[in-house]
Design a binder for this molecule. Structure first.
Ligand SMILES: [Zn+2]
Length: 418
């Protein structure tokens, strides 16, 4: 425990005296609110059993052992790798035997790492990092006899707070502030229900975020966790969002009043794009006539990922001369969205596919009637195109009663802690 506090101190090296209290509050807070992450995602519904090793993360390896770190080359096999390090063929056979219940050897990826320990030229132990929280250990039991077992690492989530003022771009400023990429993407996604990132973000806007970092037993950051709260001050609005686990066990984000921030559709289904043509009258680049442009065009480099604006079903994944490769998604409450001129669809996206909000569905291109790479995006309400930037989506879920009380308590304790 002490180790993690020190680690956090090191990371947040500002205003030490105040910080010490804050960190302790955070640590206590986290013991109260965050369940320990010991459950494996790949383990299915059954709770994985922690298998005890002599010491449960890095095994105590006598210093006399010689260590070779190696990784699987493309097109190679585990057998070849073991033989290449000088392991005898009989040991290789029994190691593979011992490993096979724990590791699907046909699905090993190029780059998979192996730490192989030798005792006097004879293999003694192999450690295989299988995921962030799991290692497979193989140990020699005797002459040509090996035992394999799983070792689960105990991972602990701690919150980290970052505050920044937007300089040239929100993304760049967030990177400079040291916010991990995946967290920046999530933040943009969470605020994009209310903020049009092309037009609403300006120099001087302020962002603060509290998010989890996942630490292993040695205090090393191994992953990012969830955003717990965030605040964006832009365009005269002060948007605050908080993560909350509702009674049905699902987590979602709410504003201070307890309204969900998830509206039906995202305003911007693409990151890092700029609007090249808005909804409304314009001169058609092909006919030269003034026509109604019934969508919004986002300029972006070819291959830029396109995200589903909302949860929905793919009703068209096809091609025509005007739209090129295009997808149409059906959402709740009579809404449909359309994404045209794609270079290709994302893997697995076809008619009938279910998609989640924010999921990548395809990539920007210039197929069909198009003068350059861009996404032509339409929102339709009961079949008629509407302006995506002004359409008012119905409000989603609102917390009530006991849940609202619990939520408000949590918000108060967050505000006091961070
Ligand atoms: Zn267009």
């Amino acid at each position: 425990m002490i180790k993690y506090r020190q680690h956090l101190l090191g990371l947040l090296s500002v205003r030490r005296s105040l910080l010490l209290t804050t960190v302790i509050v955070i640590a206590l807070f986290f013991q109260l609110f965050t369940p320990k992450r010991t459950v494996l995602t790949a383990a299915g519904p059954e709770k994985p059993v922690r298998i005890e090793t002599k010491d449960n993360s890095s095994p105590a390896v006598p210093v006399t052992l010689e260590k070779i770190s190696t990784s699987l080359k493309r097109g190679s096999t585990l057998q070849a790798l073991l033989l290449n390090t000088g392991i005898s063929s009989s040991d290789t056979v029994s190691i593979i035997d011992a490993l096979s219940p724990f590791l699907d050897l046909t699905r090993l990826k190029a780059g998979q790492e192996f730490e192989i320990y030798f005792d006097n030229k004879q293999v003694n132990r192999i450690i295989i990092p299988a995921s962030i929280e799991k290692e497979i250990h193989v140990e020699r039991l005797g002459e040509v006899s090996f035992k394999a077992e799983e070792s689960l690492k105990e991972l602990i989530n701690y919150p980290m707070k970052k505050t920044l003022t937007v300089d040239s771009s929100l993304y760049g400023s967030a990177v400079n502030a040291g916010i991990p990429d995946s967290i920046i993407m999530d933040l943009i996604q969470l605020f994009s229900f209310d903020v049009d990132f092309q037009r609403d973000i300006h120099r001087g806007d302020k962002l603060s975020a509290v998010y989890e970092l996942v630490y292993d037993e040695e205090g090393k950051i191994v992953d990012t966790g969830k955003i717990m709260e965030a605040e964006l001050k832009t365009n005269g609005q002060d948007l605050k969002i908080y993560r909350f686990v509702t009674a049905d066990g699902r987590s979602d984000y709410f504003n201070e009043e307890g309204h969900t921030i998830r509206k039906t559709l995202l305003k911007t289904p693409i990151n890092g794009a700029y609007i090249t043509s808005n909804y409304g009258m314009r001169i058609n680049p092909f006919s030269g006539f003034t026509t109604m442009h019934k969508g919004v065009d986002f300029g972006a480099p070819r291959g830029t990922p396109i995200k589903a604006s909302g949860d929905g079903t793919v009703v068209i994944a096809g091609y025509n001369g005007v739209y090129g490769n295009y997808l149409k998604l059906r959402h709740v409450n009579g809404y449909e969205t359309l994404y045209a001129h794609q270079t290709s669809f994302a893997r697995g996206i076809r008619r009938g596919s279910r998609v989640e909000q924010g999921q990548i569905i395809g990539y920007v291109g210039t197929t069909g009637m198009s003068t350059g790479p861009h996404l032509h995006y339409e929102v339709r309400y009961y079949g008629k195109q509407v302006n995506p930037s002004t359409v008012k989506f119905p409000p989603g879920r609102t917390l009530e009663g006991v849940e609202l009380q619990l939520y408000k308590n949590q918000v108060r304790s967050y505000n006091a802690s961070f």
